[in-house]
Design a protein around this ligand. Structure first.
Ligand SMILES: *Cc1c(COP(=O)(O)O)cnc(C)c1O
Length: 374
């Protein structure tokens, strides 16, 4: 192992979890090993109830990943080949991927500088005869402008499906992430605001019919044992993931508060440094800071400099999905979405996780200042 300097700051340190959480999870893992309830154990149903209550919806279906939640959600709504689904041009590629996996075509639209999420007027302009659904993505922990997007989707007759993979617990103008569309998808990938010990996700909805269709799709299209009415797959959440998530859920709001405090400290320290643009927070928005993303014309150089100072950073995401080889066939050349493409070029994500210390934030901020001031 190389000698790690004392000032090294991890981008996300998943090992700094509170000790009592680890201990309680370990005890329950022992129980599962002894009783063999690996699939469909009681904790899965307990987590579904607890998470539905947390989000503020009636139904939660626990799944194997956030991408599965997006894909099965689309399929459950009857969206497939020949249909178009509007997505923001700046997102993690899974949003595009799920639409393509469902057999439909992702149609990207420009994002807003106000929140880096889907721009409502751009959504309205992209609707065509084949448009069936819209997936706003609540990016970096901040909700999209649902007060404008939801009525618009309703008026245009579009199925509104939130990608809430980065937004557990966020709110905006009285609306809560995951509770303002017809349905929403959450991811519990380990580094998300609520993370499992591996891959996991959830589909949430107020619509009982949709929930039962996703329940069937996650288990081979089964409605009762060995009754298969549709082609499904294996997309259940493991019992051990539900155990982990049940233990962590009561801590989520507190962890989100720590992220808010860290974001405030970063913004105080970094205001006016170099050409940095701080992350935008829209009026009435209460982000949960999944990521803290600054913008600078020197993102690549700054990332290299911080690495040399022992500070790990990330790029989210350096290539917009429409310019990734997997999706160039959609036919959106460079320059199609200037705001999204500029953010991809200029965005740099600084270390952010609930247990990061004020001293670590200051170390990062000082290193950033040193880069610009020399
Ligand atoms: C993480 C993420 C997903 C996918 O979730 P997985 O659990 O990794 O499949 C989808 N959309 C966004 C915006 C994400 O950040």
């Amino acid at each position: 192992m190389p000698d790690v300097s004392r000032s090294a700051v991890a981008f996300v340190d998943l090992t700094r979890i509170e000790e009592h959480v680890t201990e309680r999870i370990l005890v329950q893992l022992g129980d599962i090993l002894r009783d063999g309830s690996f699939i469909d154990g009681l904790p899965v149903r307990e987590f579904e109830s607890a998470f539905a209550r947390y989000v503020g919806v009636d139904h939660c279906v626990a799944l194997s990943s956030g991408t599965a939640a997006l894909r099965l959600g689309l399929t459950s709504a009857g969206i497939g080949p020949g249909d178009e689904v509007i997505v923001p041009a700046h997102t993690f590629i899974a949003t595009f991927e799920a639409v393509a996996q469902a057999g439909a075509t992702p149609v990207p639209v420009e994002i807003s500088e106000a929140d880096y999420c889907m721009d409502a007027p751009a959504l309205a302009a992209a609707v065509g005869p084949r448009t069936r659904a819209v997936i706003p993505v609540h990016l970096y922990g901040q909700m999209a402008d649902m007060c404008r997007i939801a009525p618009l989707a309703h008026r245009l007759g579009l199925w509104l499906f939130e990608d809430a993979a980065q937004c557990h617990g966020a709110a905006r103008e009285g609306l809560r992430a995951g509770a303002c569309g017809r349905a929403a998808a959450f991811s519990f990938y380990p580094s998300k605001n609520l993370g499992a010990m591996g891959d996991a996700g959830a589909f949430v909805t107020g619509d009982e019919d949709l929930a039962s269709r996703v329940r069937a799709l996650r288990q081979h299209g089964e409605t009762a044992r060995y009754n298969h009415h549709t082609v499904g797959s294996t997309e259940r959440m493991d019992t051990i993931q539900a155990v982990c998530l049940l233990e962590k859920l009561p801590l989520l709001d507190g962890w989100n508060d720590s992220r808010r405090a860290s974001a405030r400290r970063y913004s105080e320290r970094l205001a006016g440094v170099g050409d940095i643009r701080l992350p935008p927070v829209a009026e009435g928005s209460e982000p949960v800071w999944h990521l803290y993303v600054i913008r600078t014309a020197h993102a690549t150089e700054l990332q290299g400099f911080l690495r040399s100072r022992g500070v790990a950073t990330g790029r989210h995401y350096p290539t917009p999905p429409h310019l990734s080889p997997a999706f160039t066939h959609l036919g959106h050349p460079p320059g199609s979405f200037p705001v999204a493409e500029a953010l991809a070029r200029e965005g740099l994500s600084l270390p952010m996780f609930p247990q990061i210390t004020p001293e670590e934030i200051d170390t990062v901020a000082s290193a950033v200042a040193e880069f610009f001031d020399g």
